[in-house]
Design a protein. Structure first.
Length: 261
C-alpha cells in the first residue's frame, strides 16, 4: 500500500519553501502527498490599507495580479498549482482569510502594521483556530494519512501560530492518529539559527532542484520575501542543517503554543 502524507501550509508558498524537498523525496518514492493551505480564501474589497501595501509589492513582480483582493488570491492559487505540479503533490485550498484581510468587531482591520502580523492571538483568532482544527480534522479523517507535516510556527507569525494550534487540536482528536512532524517555517527560520532537538532530513540533489523550481513559481512573493539570491540563502540554511547534503528540519513533538523553539 502506498504511503500518504498530508502537508499543512499556513499560506500559499509556506509548505514548498519549508518542506518542498521532503515533498519531492516522498513523491519520488511513490507516496501520495496532499498539500492543504489553510489561509487561501478570497477576501472582498475594499481591502484593509496594510493589505493594499502587500498588493503593491506583489504587483512589482506580477502586474497581472490585479487590484482586487480576489484577483490577487486567484493568481497566488495559480502559482501554488504550478509549484505543487513540479513536486507531484496535490494542492487543496481552504477558504479561511489570512490575517492581512481579516477584520475584527466593527470592521477594524486585524493587522494595521507589520508588528500586528506577529502579535499574540486575540479571542477572535482563537475562535478561528478552532474552525481551522475542525476543517483539518475532516481532511485527516478523509485522507487517513500515515503522517502529517505541520508548521512549528518558528518566528511567531500569527497565521502560522493559528495553523499550528489547529493542527495540534485536530491531531489530538484523530483516532489512531498519524505521525506528526512539525517543520521549521521558512523564511522566518533563516533569522533563528539555534533550534533545539530538531531532526534534519537529508535531501538528494534532485529533491533540492525540484524544491527550488517549485519555489520559483511564487513570483508574486519574491519582492517581499527575498533578494535576488534567494536560492543561495535557502541552500546555505539547508547546508547548515545537513552538512554535506542540504536538509530540512522538523520536530517530532508538538511545538509550544507560541511557536517558540
Amino acid at each position: 500500500m502506498s504511503r500518504t502524507a498530508l502537508v499543512v501550509s499556513a499560506h500559499l508558498d509556506d509548505a514548498v519553501l519549508s518542506r518542498g524537498g521532503t515533498i519531492a523525496a516522498l513523491t519520488s518514492k511513490g507516496a501520495r502527498v496532499v498539500v492543504v493551505t489553510v489561509f487561501a480564501g478570497c477576501a472582498g474589497d475594499p481591502m484593509p490599507p496594510y493589505a493594499e501595501q502587500y498588493h503593491t509589492w506583489w504587483r512589482e513582480a506580477c502586474p497581472a495580479i490585479g487590484d482586487s483582493a480576489a484577483a490577487g488570491m486567484r493568481l497566488r492559487r495559480e502559482e501554488d498549482l504550478r509549484a505543487c505540479a513540479v513536486l507531484g503533490a496535490e494542492p487543496v485550498h481552504l477558504d479561511f482569510l489570512e490575517a492581512l484581510y481579516r477584520r475584527g468587531p466593527g470592521g477594524s482591520p486585524r493587522c494595521e502594521a507589520g508588528d500586528d502580523l506577529f502579535s499574540p492571538p486575540v479571542p477572535d483568532d482563537l475562535a478561528l483556530a478552532e474552525a481551522v482544527a475542525a476543517e483539518l480534522g475532516e481532511w485527516i479523517s478523509r485522507l487517513a494519512p500515515d503522517e502529517v507535516h505541520a508548521p512549528a510556527a518558528v518566528g511567531g507569525h500569527l497565521d502560522h501560530v493559528l495553523t499550528a494550534r489547529g493542527c495540534a487540536a485536530a491531531l489530538r482528536e484523530a483516532a489512531d492518529g498519524p505521525r506528526a512532524r512539525w517543520y521549521e517555517d521558512l523564511p522566518y527560520a533563516l533569522e533563528q539559527p539555534g533550534h533545539r532537538s530538531a531532526a534534519a532530513e537529508p535531501l538528494t540533489d534532485d529533491d533540492w532542484r525540484r524544491k527550488i523550481e517549485a519555489a520559483a513559481a511564487y513570483r508574486s512573493q519574491h519582492p517581499m520575501l527575498w533578494d535576488d539570491d534567494w536560492p543561495d540563502q535557502l541552500l546555505a540554511h539547508a547546508r547548515a542543517a545537513g552538512g554535506d547534503s542540504p536538509a530540512e528540519r522538523h520536530w517530532d513533538a508538538a511545538p509550544p503554543p507560541d511557536g517558540d523553539h
